[in-house]
Write a new protein. Structure first.
Length: 309
């Protein structure tokens, strides 16, 4: 979302040199933040894979404050005054504009057939679909995919690393920081001149906030701790994306994600029968004739209560 907030200061330099300097500086900043935030101080925090939780919560609060003051009011106005058809066209435009990131990572992940399909999808929507305003590729059988460099690193067995929250960028992780950088490098808006990039950037942020409004409302209504809810939602969604919508079934031990859960262990008696099915009732209760009043000596606290209807 924040790809469009950052613009290089091109003062006394050529445009190309200014962009190169900015991209290198931004990359180093993200990697530095990711490295600093990923150094755990507490083993319990490390086990939770959120070693930088104090830092993350402060960034989360900052992003939430910015959303309340700026993004949500602007997004609400946008939704209330712009017809759905126009908003759909805007969303299609930005999806297509950023689709080269998916095409690149298709090939980096070894998904050659999908890469060719996605490249064709980008070309068709960019031409017949009028710079992506209309999604004409989907009815033609060219399915939309979502790939990024963070997923590529996961496919090549890179560990997720600690959970991170960046200012403006929002939820991420040490591994997904690489995806943020590559996503910036493949974003055509970054290379546009400021009179074009600035309005495109602002509209992109407004469009993205409008799309996420349903999730934000659900989270705020259902979550006791919005930070934790956002973190776990992000993690689950990343697993879903990495496995292309078919994540492995979880197990209930520390053996990993893949495989089925182990069968429950049922105690066995000496004759091989399940011990849970063998019990010996209290002799007093066993000989008691139900319906009779409790006699002296019977432990009525062990007799089941029967309600007459």
């Amino acid at each position: 979302m924040s790809r469009l907030f950052f613009r290089p200061l091109e003062i006394g330099q050529t445009i190309l040199y200014g962009r190169a300097t900015w991209l290198i500086a931004l990359t180093l900043m993200l990697l530095w933040l990711g490295g600093c935030a990923s150094m755990p101080n507490d083993p319990d925090e490390e086990d939770a894979n959120d070693a930088a939780e104090p830092f993350n919560r402060s960034m989360f609060d900052f992003n939430e404050g910015l959303d309340r003051v700026v993004l949500k009011p602007v997004s609400t106005t946008y939704v209330n005054h712009v017809p759905q058809t126009v908003r759909t066209g805007v969303s299609n435009f930005y999806d297509n504009l950023l689709y080269l990131d998916t095409v690149l990572n298709d090939f980096l992940q070894g998904k050659l057939t999908q890469g060719v399909s996605d490249l064709g999808r980008f070309g068709i929507n960019s031409t017949i679909g009028i710079i992506g305003l209309f999604d004409v590729a989907t009815p033609m059988g060219l399915k939309k995919h979502n790939e990024d460099f963070g997923q590529t690193l996961a496919v090549w067995h890179a560990g997720d690393g600690s959970y991170l929250v960046y200012p403006l960028l929002g939820p991420s992780s040490v591994r997904d920081t690489g995806g943020v950088v590559v996503g910036l490098l493949t974003n055509p808006v970054v290379y546009a001149v400021p009179p074009v990039a600035i309005p495109l950037g602002i509209l992109s942020v407004v469009d993205l906030r409008a799309r996420k409004d349903g999730f934000v409302k659900f989270r705020d209504a259902a979550a006791l701790d919005p930070y934790s809810f956002t973190r776990e939602s992000y993690r689950q969604n990343r697993v879903y994306e990495i496995y292309d919508g078919n994540p492995p079934r979880p197990v209930y031990d520390k053996g990993g994600l893949e495989g089925d859960a182990p069968a429950p262990v049922v105690p066995q008696s000496a004759d091989g029968q399940p011990a849970l099915l063998q019990f010996e009732p209290d002799p007093v209760i066993k000989d008691h004739k139900w319906g009779e009043a409790a006699q002296p000596g019977i432990n009525t606290s062990t007799v089941p209560l029967v309600l007459d209807h």
